[in-house]
Design a protein around this ligand. Structure first.
Ligand SMILES: [Zn+2]
Length: 136
């Protein structure tokens, strides 16, 4: 069953033609805290060529730790974050897990934490595979 999701106002919808994400986890980097407005970003990493997006998506270009661009995708109507898309890894894209359809996100199995160097000190969650930066 493909993955599917939408923004808060439902102007942006997407589908990913895969059964499951390649990786599901928490991204603790400062940029993800800012884009999500929260403690960390729940990310579902998927192959970019399997993703189809409809609606008024906007992309804001930031700079990742590699010095390459990281494109932050969001709904142009309601501003909900949809994904972040690092030029350093062009074959994948990190969907914001909270934008997935409800029954899909309930069944996510996050097991990886990245950028724990930026983890907020009150965050009590600990997943099986923590990485200070990116997985090598
Ligand atoms: Zn929207």
């Amino acid at each position: 069953m493909p993955l599917s999701g939408h923004c808060l106002c439902k102007a942006v919808t997407y589908k990913v033609d895969v059964d499951a994400p390649l990786l599901t986890g928490y991204d603790h980097c400062d940029d993800c805290q800012r884009q999500s407005g929260s403690t960390y970003s729940l990310v579902a990493v998927v192959p970019k060529d399997k993703l189809t997006v409809d609606g008024p998506i906007k992309k804001w270009k930031g700079t990742g730790s590699s010095g390459n661009a990281v494109w932050r995708w969001f709904c142009g109507e309601c501003g909900s974050p949809i994904a972040h898309d690092p030029d350093a890894a062009p074959e994948i894209i990190a969907l914001k897990g909270g934008s997935l359809d409800t029954e899909i996100k309930k069944n996510l199995k996050p097991d990886t934490e990245i950028w724990t160097v930026g983890k907020l000190p009150f965050c009590q969650e600990h997943l099986a595979k923590p990485f200070k930066h990116m997985p090598e």
